[in-house]
Design a protein around this ligand. Structure first.
Ligand SMILES: [Zn+2]
Ligand SMILES: [Zn+2]
Length: 250
């Protein structure tokens, strides 16, 4: 399995704007982060998790010209609003691409992006909506998913064997955290150091890490308040901040 971090920034990206660079060292390219999304390549499938507003450039930079399926974590626009850029992937490969999402997203996505899923006037549909199950398979790739809390809404954690992706995480429900034991890799959202109403802070994320003990943990969804090297100094060697373009082979 090959995992590419296309983007690891929070909803504003990092830096926030010109001359608004929080705590980051501008001389370190890894502190420049586009909005969060990843590619998972396994068994000839190329699966994209979330369509960030930076999708076109992310796919270009990753030299990616084919997406077999999209999985959505949740409806927030930093995870969905690049969806129209999927039109190029459909055109190049002459196929209608499935978009897997939780039930509560379906009506909103269908309504907001009608031309994409249903077609409109001269536009033919180029994607189709699929509802996720707790455990499902896409062309031989097995995927498990469950909901975690993100403040006022829920987000899907996705798990592919010993790899799991949990962005925009505030807390887990019931004993769901136990589903993440024995991971080789956990990519987890860390917005900033202090807790946010919808995101766990550094101490809480490290509590999760220390409980499930993944072999390797990589942070994503970081604001410009988190500098790569300063964050590294606070973490054990197997817990590291991600960066745009990072590739992990499992
Ligand atoms: Zn987000
Ligand atoms: Zn969110």
């Amino acid at each position: 399995m090959k995992i590419t971090i296309l983007g690891c920034g929070g909803s504003f990206g990092s830096p926030l704007a010109w001359n608004r660079h929080g705590n980051i060292d501008l001389n370190n390219k890894r502190n420049f982060r586009t909005r969060s999304s990843i590619l998972v390549e396994e068994q000839n499938n190329c699966i994209l998790i979330d369509t960030s507003p930076d999708l076109r450039q992310q796919l270009y930079d990753a030299k990616c010209t084919n997406i077999d399926a999209v999985l959505y974590t949740h409806e927030h626009s930093d995870h969905t609003s690049g969806l129209p850029d999927m039109r190029a992937m459909s055109l190049i490969n002459q196929k209608i691409i499935p978009a897997y999402m939780p039930e509560e997203m379906i009506l909103k996505m269908e309504t907001f992006y009608k031309y994409i899923f249903k077609g409109e006037k001269d536009y033919l549909p180029f994607m189709k909506i699929k509802k996720i199950e707790d455990s499902f398979s896409f062309q031989g790739t097995n995927i498990e998913t469950f909901k975690h809390n993100h403040g006022s809404i829920d987000v899907q954690t996705y798990k592919f064997g010993k790899f799991a992706y949990s962005t925009d995480l505030k807390k887990f429900y019931n004993n769901d955290i136990n589903k993440l034991k024995n991971l080789d890799l956990w990519i987890v959202g860390l917005l900033r150091e202090d807790p946010h109403p919808a995101h766990a802070g550094f101490d809480q994320v490290m509590e999760f890490v220390n409980y499930i003990k993944p072999k390797k943990t990589v942070f994503t969804h970081m604001t410009a308040l988190l500098d790569e090297n300063l964050l590294k100094e606070k973490c054990p060697n197997n817990v590291i901040p991600g960066y745009d373009g990072m590739i992990i082979d499992l």
